[in-house]
Write a protein that binds this ligand. Structure first.
Ligand SMILES: Nc1ncnc2c1ncn2[C@@H]1O[C@H](COP(=O)(O)OP(=O)(O)OP(=O)(O)O)[C@@H](O)[C@H]1O
Ligand SMILES: [Mg+2]
Ligand SMILES: [Zn+2]
Length: 562
């Protein structure tokens, strides 16, 4: 098979063979049935969506010896001539090369003569927006009073360039981009007729690249076929188009969601090794993240996702493994970085940096979700450690940044025991004395490991629970654990009813805790810090003034050390 064969070979010959333009076929068919066909039409739309094909079908319908009919016979002399492109009464003019006023005057002179064979003389002017202003004016006269045996069909990819005077005299049909899924399906049929197999996903790549143009899809398909393979493979199509398989994007978004920057870099390295352009790859990744976000929103309503069903299934599955807020955030951050990546002369470096940063953002839970998890805990309902898909409360997506662990634990994670916990506390105390009073109030939950620390706080232990949930603390703890372990460790703070301590002991503890917290605050107070820098000293003791209980208490007494 040679190049460009398919697009010509597979031109739709009947209204019901035109895909993706139902709104046009329906209206035209109605007009024909009711014998109310306008005398001039404007077909607009991007390249290769069926404008010329539709014009010819309309011409055939109007001039069929059995017609006018929505169902032209295809057998009569007129039908056959239109199909072959030799019909005397269907005059196709390329507006781009016949755009002068003289060209239009020549055309006008032929208008009064009756059709040779059919009922109508049908002028099809392609690329009509290319006509000069005077040519348009010359055309206008004819459009104002066309003889009853004449029809005009104008086609254009740029309807905004057509003068309003012309527009107002035409019935305007806007042709849509053809849904990717319909394109893929049509390619599938064509290949089946040709007896050629195609790998799952191979046609989807072509469909995606075609961006709604059936002609583009078919010409890509032609090029793939020109290689003469028995089967159309994902690899062959990917190589031809310079795009990677969808699976790579899925792997990458999984790595982002799981917070695995290493994996992100590995994937980029592989894509780069295979010689794919980083700018194209980034563009497709952006689209993939957009689709994930859309899948998170639409779920089972697939009409907003323009792609084959199997791909939607994968998208929905991945989107459900993560909160919507995270999907929004991933898309937002990446789209912001994308412009820069696309423009950069070092796209790979920027892409890597962006992905590593995104992966480190971790799973971000919406406030609504967090709240419902806390409520679940308070009510004693079992709560899985991770966030759940979707926004359960349906509330506003007001988000707090709070990294949470994976929903599933890696199999090689070592569970945490009592001794591990003690060591951890000691190290933490050395590293971050100011925050150790918080962590000490927590209890590692069952299921904690060297990759995941689930720290539970008693709901009644208000101070600690509050501070433990602050981003600042979670981040510090996550950083500390990751540094200490040499691999990513996640932290999940849970506030629940531990209820183990007696009220009295709790009260005492609380008082002590309040005191310690205030001392810590004092140590970390910016004024104190500045003073330390200015005087080159260190804080040896913090004394809280007695009225500190209800007062500001923020300015501590400080004794200068050595
Ligand atoms: N809606 C469609 N349904 C089925 N096939 C289509 C459709 N649109 C385009 N094709 C395929 O693409 C080929 C070119 O289509 P057509 O010439 O009708 O597009 P067009 O909109 O006129 O494009 P252009 O603006 O480039 O002239 C057709 O021969 C057919 O194989
Ligand atoms: Mg055309
Ligand atoms: Zn016919």
């Amino acid at each position: 098979m040679s190049y460009l064969v398919l697009a010509r070979k597979c031109r739709p010959q009947r209204f019901d063979e035109v895909i993706g333009q139902d709104h046009v076929t329906r209206t035209l068919a109605n007009a024909i049935k009711m014998d109310r066909v306008a005398h001039s039409f404007l077909f607009s739309g991007v390249r290769g969506v069926g404008k010329t094909s539709m014009a010819r079908i309309l011409a055939k319908s109007l001039n069929c010896s059995q017609g006018p009919t929505v169902d032209p016979c295809g057998e009569c002399a007129s039908c056959r001539a239109v199909t072959a492109g030799t019909a005397m009464d269907v005059i196709e003019i390329d507006g781009a090369s016949n755009n002068s006023v003289d060209d239009i005057r020549d055309l006008r002179e032929t208008v009064p003569y009756r059709p040779a064979l059919g009922r109508f003389k049908i002028y099809v002017i392609d690329e009509v927006h290319m006509l000069s202003t005077s040519a348009f004016n010359a055309l206008l006269k004819t459009l104002e009073e066309p003889p009853p045996h004449v029809k005009f069909i104008f086609a254009t990819t740029e309807p905004h360039k057509i003068p309003a005077t012309i527009l107002s005299r035409c019935q305007h049909y806007d042709f849509r981009r053809i849904p990717t899924e319909a394109i893929v399906e049509r390619m599938g049929q064509i290949l089946e007729d040709e007896g050629i197999r195609a790998q799952d996903g191979a046609l989807a790549i072509i469909g995606r690249e075609a961006e709604g143009s059936m002609r583009d899809a078919l010409s890509i398909l032609d090029q793939v076929l020109a290689a003469g393979a028995e089967e159309i493979t994902v690899q062959a199509v990917g190589d031809l188009l310079g795009v990677v398989s969808r699976q790579v994007h899925f792997d990458l978004s999984a790595a982002l969601i799981e917070g695995d920057p290493m994996r992100c870099l590995e994937i980029i390295r592989d894509v780069n090794r295979q010689g794919f352009a980083m700018s194209v790859f980034s563009r497709d990744l952006l689209e993939h993240l957009r689709n994930l976000m859309a899948a998170g929103i639409c779920g089972d309503d697939r009409s907003l996702l323009d792609m084959p069903d199997t791909e939607i299934d994968d998208l929905v599955r991945q989107a459900r493994s993560v909160s919507r807020g995270t999907l929004h955030r991933l898309f937002k951050h990446f789209s912001e970085a994308y412009e820069e990546i696309a423009r950069s002369s070092h796209p790979r470096i920027l892409l890597e940096a962006t992905l590593a940063r995104l992966a480190d953002l971790g799973e971000l839970v919406s406030a609504a979700e967090l709240l419902s998890r806390i409520e679940d805990l308070a009510a004693g309902r079992p709560v899985p450690p991770g966030p759940r898909g979707g926004n359960r409360s349906g509330g506003k997506q007001e988000t707090v940044s709070s990294p949470v662990q994976k929903t599933t634990q890696a199999s090689n994670a070592a569970p945490m025991n009592e001794a591990d916990w003690k060591d951890l506390l000691t190290d933490f105390g050395r590293d971050m004395p100011a925050k150790s009073s918080i962590i000490e109030r927590g209890v590692p939950a069952k299921g904690s490991s060297n990759e995941l620390l689930m720290l539970q706080f008693d709901r009644e232990d208000v101070f600690a629970a509050k501070r433990a949930r602050e981003t600042d603390f979670i981040r510090a703890l996550t950083d500390f654990l990751t540094r200490r372990a040499g691999h990513p460790v996640r932290v999940d703070i849970q506030v629940c009813d531990l209820g183990s301590r007696s009220t009295l002991a709790k009260e005492r503890l609380e008082k002590q805790e309040a005191l310690r917290l205030r001392q810590d605050e004092a140590r970390e107070h910016p004024v104190v810090r500045e003073a330390q820098i200015a005087f080159g000293g260190s804080v040896s003791r913090v004394r809280l003034s007695d009225n500190g209980k209800g007062g500001t208490g923020k300015t501590p007494d400080m004794e200068q050390g050595e």
